[in-house]
Ligand binder design. Structure first.
Ligand SMILES: [Zn+2]
Length: 148
């Protein structure tokens, strides 16, 4: 098993820019330079046109909640200390077909709703018994403006 697992491998080329963006406080997505389609998950040629070249673009970080689960049991012992947490797929505002795996924070699980507006926030990902941490894009509800 890779050292640091289950922390993400920051050197793995297809997602290196995703993690570099998170470290810089930006949500970045790969976009095909030929047809402009967002190419997530970035694991090969563009699924739209087959081109190889992508450029990474900064996203607004706004999204809608597509689906989620509440994890209450550790499927790996390294996850033990974070339980329970909400693992989710979110659909990005600029690219609703892109579903980003993430965690939802700053919200009780029972208050979550389909299509709930979210915004990105950046949190250290840490695991029990694993040295180091990696800043990851998580999402939280967009704060409603209080009505006087
Ligand atoms: Zn393309």
């Amino acid at each position: 098993m890779r050292e640091g697992f289950p922390l993400p491998d920051l050197q793995w080329e297809p997602t290196r820019e995703y993690w570099a963006g998170a470290a810089a406080g930006e949500l970045r997505m790969p976009r095909c330079t030929a047809c402009r389609r967002f190419c997530w998950y970035p694991d090969g040629n563009c699924r739209g046109c087959g081109a190889e070249q992508v450029t990474w673009e900064r996203m607004t970080g706004r999204a809608k909640l597509f689906t989620w689960v509440v994890l209450e049991h550790a499927f790996l012992p390294q996850y033990g200390r974070d339980l329970p947490f909400v693992s989710a797929l979110v659909a990005l505002e600029e690219a609703p077909g892109v579903r980003v795996p993430t965690r939802i924070v700053e919200c009780a699980a029972e208050d979550l709703a389909i299509d709930q507006p979210l915004e990105v926030c950046f949190r250290p990902l840490r695991f029990a018994g694993v040295d180091g941490e990696v800043v990851a894009p998580f999402f939280r509800p967009i704060a409603r403006l209080s009505v006087a």
